[in-house]
Design a protein around this ligand. Sequence first.
Ligand code: SF4
Length: 627
Amino acid sequence: MNVSIQFRDKFFIPIWQKIQNGNRLSLEDGVALYNTNDIISLGKMAHFVQQQKSGDAVYFVLNRKIEPTNICVLSCKFCDFATKPGRPDAYEMTNEDIWSKLTPDLHEVHITGGMPAHWGWEHYLEMLSGIKEKFPEIDIKAFTAVEIDFFAKKFRMSIEEVLRQLKEVGLRTMPGGGAEVFSERVRRLLFNQKIGAKRWLEIHRIAHRMGIPTNATLLYGHIETIEERIVHFMKLRELQDETGGFLSFIPLAFQPGDTGIKAHSHFTSAIDDLKTIAISRLMLDNFPHIKAYWVMLTEEVASVALNFGADDMDGTVGEEHIAHDAGAITPMQLAKNQIIKIINDAGKIPVERDVYYNPINVYTDHVIGKIPYLNSVPFYHHFEKQQFKILPINPRRMGLLSEKGQIDAGLFSLMDYFQQESHLALLPWCIATRDQVKSVMLFSNHGWGDLDGKLIGVTDETATSVRLLQVLLGKRYGVRARFERLHAGVNDYSAYDAVLLIGDEALRRNKFGLAGFELVFDLAREWYEWQKLPFVFAVWAVKKSLPEETKKELSEIIGHSLSQSEPRYAEIGELRGKEIGLNRNEVEEYLAGFNYRLGEREKEAMREFKSLAQETESVNIKGVHHG
Ligand code: SF4
């Protein structure tokens, strides 16, 4: 994707170079970005990164925010939500009250609130297990690091033990609140009873290690300096490098309202809000998502933010006491339809998601699915979108959306194409290997013959590679293993005898190894040695019902992009390769190993695999299924 920006601020030129080359921004870069008046160029740079990560998608989740009580043992100066027991404004919800606020159509419940001295540990466990039991489809995002620290101290448990017990009763992810700004100076002045940066980061580190993804926040617009904001980003970036467990970053504009920070009683400006969103997108290069928190920003600013780096909006929030009581002017309930409208008006794709950012529904036309792996870059690098919009989505999710008629075209996982042949028409392109693939890999502690009865963790991202594994095990090696689905986000692989990974994650692990597994098998090579045929992992297909003219136009766009990309694999894949840890030569070699044209040999391979897949007993895959 070539983007040229006419900079008014010449300081941006070296920064833009770094961004385009996938290099990290420094503290000085961050400060220079804040000091600019060239806000449009800043937004364009952030939008470039946003497009690389999320295409045209803007996510939202239908959630309910619940604050079980406003009674809190702490008294942070910026908080006008909390109160003390016995005061007229104090409230406490029973667990029954909480459960009564939920409905099965929600996808997420977000629970945070005050920390009362008199609630027992069992009360919290019952709160979560009751939700899980009554609403198994609702994912629980609950308790900030501040609350987790409070539980550990009050109930005399380690952080690990608190999280283990909460996870057992249904905790799926943790919100990012309580980070405020990672500055000891600010902490001492505004929230000196609260945990500091070190403890906050440590709790999130432990959560990530235990397979609990989390979010992160920054509370800005009070007494913090610009440098302190940038240092905050850098500390988050460092932890994300280590764990990969953050899902999204949410900049929270300070709401002065009736807080204890009287000297600082103005709202942040829209310019500051947009700068903070854009700069967070640029500094946090390893965070998948940046959220525009419309409750605090107002609808208008949130809408512009969708072209300034933000790719996520909060869903139906319900009763949002903390922001509202401090004076947020946005109406408390923004209906799903309004969110969809805001996103559509910004020229984006409204994508309803689950807690792991898996798309559940999309609400616009002309959506083209894009497999978000390096091997599909040649199809999209020079893709001239015209009326189409690009949705990065893993192959399995693309299949599910296509079943509902919500995707017009895309690179479909082969198994999904087989299942939907009645309404999908093939286009003459595919992702096929010659022999090895390097990105559909089985990491194992056992040779093929010894996998009988063993537990294999399998990717949740595609049906084709999993079916290929079952065909190889059953037909080539005559063994029968047990399978469990891995979920998106952080997984604990030590529970498995072998793990099947695909895409960029497999490519990275293939190069750097996967701790705990000694053997690595390339499934395409296994297939090739056995069948002497290429393997077709994905095919381009389009809805049969689309007008012939649209199909033709799309076909031409794909063909054009591919022919532009073919002579330049090293160049077009460099940025993505860097994220994976591959150099230019490795990228070039990897992409040159694919055949992107659906020829006769590929069609023969598809027929052969289809018949072997039909003959192979389908083994039940146990596992968490989200969305
Ligand atoms: S910000 Fe949180 S911890 Fe601080 S007083 Fe308010 S509710 Fe309590």
